[in-house]
Design a protein around this ligand. Structure first.
Ligand code: GTQ
Ligand code: FE2
Length: 366
């Protein structure tokens, strides 16, 4: 040696850092965060209907109409910087008598589940007026124009759910206002959907499978659910149905799936967890949901959230009536990316994943 000190690893690391390079040996400690699998993002939480409704009534007084914004109260997870889950944001929206919410569009997909509607309440989606009766579901998929109209004398209200966290984390947010309060209606109402989701379709139009607005009438969905009361159902969710996009046969949108489930009197489900997160709305009934170490007691029109990768199970507390829960989840996103994992088993009818160890052993023995 000629007296020149050999370069230390620490010296080398700082030289690399100056060139915006990092040795994997420095990243490795971060990998310890992966031990034990994903951490749930946020926590379980419930928003009671009576509290939300009172705040909406106040919002109708204090918030003037004519805004391009919506009179929607977003449900913020107490343990997240924003959103109801890390991918989804739910809000409860109300309109004053005669009011409308201006037309706009955005790359976030949204679903609307009507809490209090009826004739005179509608959302126009890409020129098609979708009536909103109680518990109807209306889709406003990514980049479809939508404006809400209340031609009733009351204050209708519905649940919004959008994939905001997902879209923002992918940096794919676009937003545009229509420029007028209401978009023009298509010349022939009611034919838009049947022409595109029926047995035949116009050949000269590009197939718009990702962009179909759609209304699922509760009067069509509820009888199917009730008719299955004697079926075995899912061990984790009871009798549970997925809303199908008739144009694809798949979920409601590429990012969001909507479910409706019935828990029969005193039904108690088994517990599981999965990489998807869900927001639940109680259509009717009373029960409890165990999420991790917490127990949430719910009643009609409450909204609650179950974060990703937290064990949960449901119980209907009534000995005589069914409980019905509507929910929206991010399962399509995870499945499309090959990232849907479930423990203790895959219950979605897909090929089973390799078993996910509850506590993966650490390797490399640092
Ligand atoms: O009704 O268009 O709760 O764009 C959040 C964003 C509702 C809506 C929300 C929205 C809407
Ligand atoms: Fe919107």
């Amino acid at each position: 040696m000629t007296g020149i000190k050999p370069k230390t690893l620490a010296d080398f690391d700082s030289e690399l850092a100056a060139e915006h390079i990092k040795g994997q040996w420095l990243i490795d400690p971060l990998l310890e965060r992966l031990a034990g699998g994903p951490r749930p993002a946020g926590q379980a939480h419930i928003w009671r209907w009576r509290d939300i409704e009172a705040r909406l009534d106040e919002a109708c007084d204090v918030l003037a109409e004519g805004l391009t914004a919506r009179r929607s109260l977003a449900l913020m997870n107490p343990a997240l910087p924003g959103g109801t889950t890390h991918t989804l944001t739910a809000g409860i929206q109300m309109l004053n008598p005669g009011e409308q919410a201006w037309a706009h569009r955005h790359t976030m997909s949204a679903i609307r589940f009507v809490i209090r509607g009826g004739p005179g309440l509608s959302t126009v989606v890409d020129g098609e007026a979708c009536q909103m009766d109680d518990y109807d579901l209306v889709l406003t998929p990514s980049w479809t124009w939508h404006d809400h109209h209340n031609d009733t004398t009351g204050n209708p209200v519905w649940l919004d759910a959008l994939d905001i966290g997902l879209i923002m984390s992918l940096n794919t947010g676009f937003y545009e206002t229509y420029g007028e309060e209401r978009q023009a209606l298509r010349p022939s109402q009611g034919e838009y959907l049947s022409q595109r989701a029926g047995l035949v379709r116009p050949v000269w139009e590009q197939r718009k499978e990702r962009l179909a607005p759609f209304r699922y009438a509760w009067s069509d969905v509820e009888p199917v659910l009730l008719s299955m009361a004697d079926q075995e159902g899912s061990p984790y969710d009871g009798v549970v149905l997925e809303y199908v996009n008739p144009m694809t046969g798949g979920p409601t949108t590429p990012t969001l799936s909507c479910w409706v489930q019935m828990l029969r009197p005193h039904e108690q489900t088994q517990s599981h967890r999965h990489t998807s997160s869900s927001i639940y709305f109680v259509v009717r009934g009373e029960g409890t949901t165990r999420v991790g170490d917490e127990e949430i007691s719910w009643g009609q029109h409450d909204t609650f959230v179950v974060p990703n990768w937290l064990e949960h199970s449901f119980r209907n507390s009534s000995a005589s009536s069914e409980a019905i829960l509507f929910s929206v989840n991010d399962i399509p996103t995870l499945r499309a990316l090959g990232l849907y994992y479930e423990q203790p088993e895959t219950s979605l009818g897909t090929a089973p994943w390799p078993a996910v160890p509850a506590r993966p052993g650490t390797t490399g023995g640092r």
